[in-house]
Write a protein that binds this ligand. Structure first.
Ligand code: 3NM
Ligand code: MG
Length: 538
């Protein structure tokens, strides 16, 4: 007997006969899926006439029953009732939900396509008798859905929907993500899409083309099934600890950088290019300021290659996205610096697009940028500079933690106080259950207090070059080197060098050169015990 309370939403196949490879059929593709781990099927045939639809539905229903898998019918409530399918899925422009439920009765599954938090509020008002699950989308751009009325929401949009379900107490409602999901991005989606409270993660993923258009649907399904059962996303070939810092850690980081001499590809703004290259050289590393799309995969494969992506002025979007893909594919680090995030609508959209294009190892921003990313900003940014109001340390700590947790990355928030939080949660993810106690409040976080270095603000690209420094240190680690340790070492060294340079300089011009000298010297000496910057755990 079918019980809708115990449905497994983890791998939800939605059909489309319009994309079948030659030699396959709707039936054969669905069968291959069911034999290899599909847990739920939706018949979604937009172009088929009613007679054929019913015939197909009967055959597919019989097939699904052999595997004890429920069959959902898209949109056609009449067809669902006629063949006694287990449920119906409708979109925002289809029959109103209360009417669908009235026709279906209480025991059938009713699914709804959702893209906005206001839609979540409505389903919460209807209560648990109405919607059983939602398809959250579209996550990424897809050519499967013709003329979509919405744009891709990215993993951060999915988190917004999960949060809305919690806020409106729709605890019964199950969730799957849909739209442009493929093995290249599924781990990242499952990893990042945890509600901010840590209590809820996706119950599954829904795919059309990844299985329906696959030449080998069985292999495609096995691949998806494996990703869903994996528990760890090792997105970078480093140790994703839990904020661990060993006594010799900082010194060790620099030793590794000296030995490995990382290649740091900078995709960065024009003002930063020259200074960033010199800072990189001062830290025993090799800069390359390449914005050539066709070489990113070759560069990413060079041992210890690391990408610094600074959005102050940007290379063509497709080039940058290819670079993100290239570094992600080979598990090499990406440091992201969202310069002027939310200063203008254009920058906001651009940075969000890039943030949803890959998994970043570290995000570094000034306090305004991190506050905006955390959606805790009180004022709109003026240009690309950090805000100048009074410093609310609790708010900055909260913002740093939030961004780290939501993007599952290490975040550096710079200013008079620097905050560093590690939201990578050891790369762990799980369906449904959220983060198993790892929350915004409990992830590792520390503050570095080194006093203001006022003259830093009188030269260009001093913040951007902290990005270069972090990239050199992360990139220089051995395989399984400690990511958090490298980021902390980079910020401490950079701040200490800034202090030293400020004492030695005579003005902003000589500060510029003194800063390179101080970085060179502190790196070469490698005596963290002499650095002026210190951290405190929070
Ligand atoms: N619904 P693919 S996106 C059927 O956003 C459907 O509601 C979407 O196809 C939504 O896995 C989508 O091939 C198509 O990208 C998903
Ligand atoms: Mg529809």
């Amino acid at each position: 007997m079918f019980d809708k309370k115990s449905v497994d939403y983890s791998l939800y196949l939605v059909t489309d006969s319009g994309m079948l490879p030659t030699g396959t059929s709707l039936y054969s593709q669905v069968k291959a899926g069911l034999e290899n781990g599909v847990t739920l099927v939706q018949l979604r045939e937009k172009e088929t006439d009613t007679k054929t639809f019913v015939e197909e539905a009967l055959k597919i229903h019989e097939l699904c029953q052999q595997f004890n898998v429920p069959l959902i019918i898209n949109d056609r409530i009449d067809v669902a009732l006629a063949i006694n399918a287990e449920g119906v899925h409708v979109g925002q422009d289809d029959m109103p939900i209360p009417l669908v439920r009235k026709l279906l009765g209480p025991n059938k599954i009713l699914g709804w396509s959702v893209g906005k938090t206001s839609e979540v509020e409505r389903l919460a008002q209807w209560g648990p008798e109405m919607i059983d699950y939602i398809g959250i989308g579209m996550v990424f751009a897809t050519s499967t859905k013709k003329n979509p009325k919405k744009s891709p929401m990215g993993p951060q949009g999915v988190i917004g929907i999960l949060n809305a379900l919690e806020t409106s107490k729709a605890t019964w409602c199950r969730t799957v993500a849909i739209g442009g999901l493929h093995p290249v991005n599924i781990e990242r989606v499952l990893y990042q899409c945890v509600s901010t409270s840590g209590k809820r993660s996706l119950d599954g993923i829904s795919v059309v083309s990844d299985i329906m258009a696959a030449a080998d649907a069985a292999a495609a399904t096995v691949n998806l099934h494996t990703l869903l059962r994996k528990k760890t996303f090792q997105f970078v070939d480093l140790y994703l600890g839990n904020g661990e810092l060993k006594p010799e850690g900082l010194k060790n980081v620099i030793e590794q950088v000296k030995q490995n001499r990382p290649l740091v590809q900078h995709i960065t703004n024009k003002v930063h290019q020259n200074f960033g290259a010199n800072v990189t050289l001062a830290l025993g590393s090799s800069p390359i300021m390449s914005e050539i799309k066709s070489e990113v995969h070759d560069l990413a494969r060079i041992p210890h290659a690391t990408l610094l992506l600074n959005t102050g002025s940007v290379a063509p979007l497709d080039m940058v996205q290819e670079a993100i893909l290239a570094y992600n594919q080979v598990g090499r680090p990406i440091v992201f610096d969202p310069v002027g995030y939310s200063a203008t609508e254009t920058r906001h959209v651009l940075n969000d697009t890039l943030l949803s294009s890959g998994q970043f190892t570290c995000i570094k921003g000034n306090s305004s940028e991190i506050l905006s990313l955390a959606k805790l900003s009180v004022e709109k940014m003026k240009g690309v500079d950090a805000h100048t109001g009074t410093i609310d340390k609790k708010l900055l700590e909260r913002a740093t933690r939030l961004v780290a947790y939501q993007y599952k990355t290490v975040v550096v928030c710079t200013g008079e106080y620097d905050f560093i939080a590690d939201g990578t949660v050891s790369g762990q993810y799980a369906l449904s259950v959220g983060s198993r106690g790892k929350t915004v409040e409990t992830i590792p976080c520390l503050v570095i207090e080194n006093g203001p270095i006022e003259i830093m603000g009188h030269i260009t690209a001093s913040g951007c070059s902290l990005g270069s420094t972090i990239a050199c240190f992360i990139g220089g680690l051995n395989t399984n080197g400690n990511l958090f340790e490298a980021v902390v070492a980079a910020v401490l060294l950079y701040k200490s060098a800034g202090k030293l340079a400020a004492e030695r300089c005579q003005g902003s011009g000589s500060f510029y050169f003194q800063l390179v000298d101080a970085l060179y010297q502190l790196f070469r000496d490698n005596k963290p015990e002499t650095w002026t910057a210190n951290f405190q755990r929070l």
